[in-house]
Write a protein that binds this ligand. Sequence first.
Ligand code: FE2
Length: 243
Amino acid sequence: MGDPVAADDSMIPDFGLLTSPKHAAVGKTSHVEASYQLIIDNLMDLSHVGYVHTSTIGNSAFGGKAQLKVQRTENGVNATRLVADIPQPPLYVKAGVLPEGKNIDRWSSMTYVAPAFIIIHTGGAEAGTGALEGQYDHGLNLWVMNAMTPETATTTNYFWASVRAHALGNFEADELFLNGVSEAFEEDRAVLEAEQQVINRRGDSWSLALKADAASIEARRVLERAIQEEEAVALQRSPAVAA
Ligand SMILES: [Fe+2]
């Protein structure tokens, strides 16, 4: 899309985990009848995992008492969400990597790169063993790679993959994560498409943004600025067309 002259391949984010020999990736492309912006909002506010995904990657404890840090980066936003000492969600129990029956500390690091890429590094480790201080290696490490390609203003081709660092070459683990994350994304789709329908009727307004939306709002600010910059460049190149 857009003017090929304006393309800068140094801006392509690193999705090398998808082909890394030390990782295993499974994924799909979903067609979502909602704007790519709503999918970005959704991925940057993972408090929803505690309400929407309780049969797979979440539980009610995950939605509540989180510590959220939000930082701007050169071309996006990085947000870290930590939740201490909570039960393992169903998909983590099925993965069987963490000590059975033990509570865990969970981390999620969401890296948004404008305009429409998000890499999430998430996981958990036995509570009190250093995950809250950034020691992740001994835990269950998962990544979700997301590329949201707008099809129209209100529909998106959503490319996603789930990446893990354990059980490489294990077909059952491939199935577990493909099915688990697919199930979660189908739940997201229901919420996103309902949001889009409400927005179509009433307009998009952030006047009711909550504290948990901090990272989503920051990502929207970066996106808005990127769109303005691109429009300014387009205007300089061909004033007649852009006007
Ligand atoms: Fe979700």
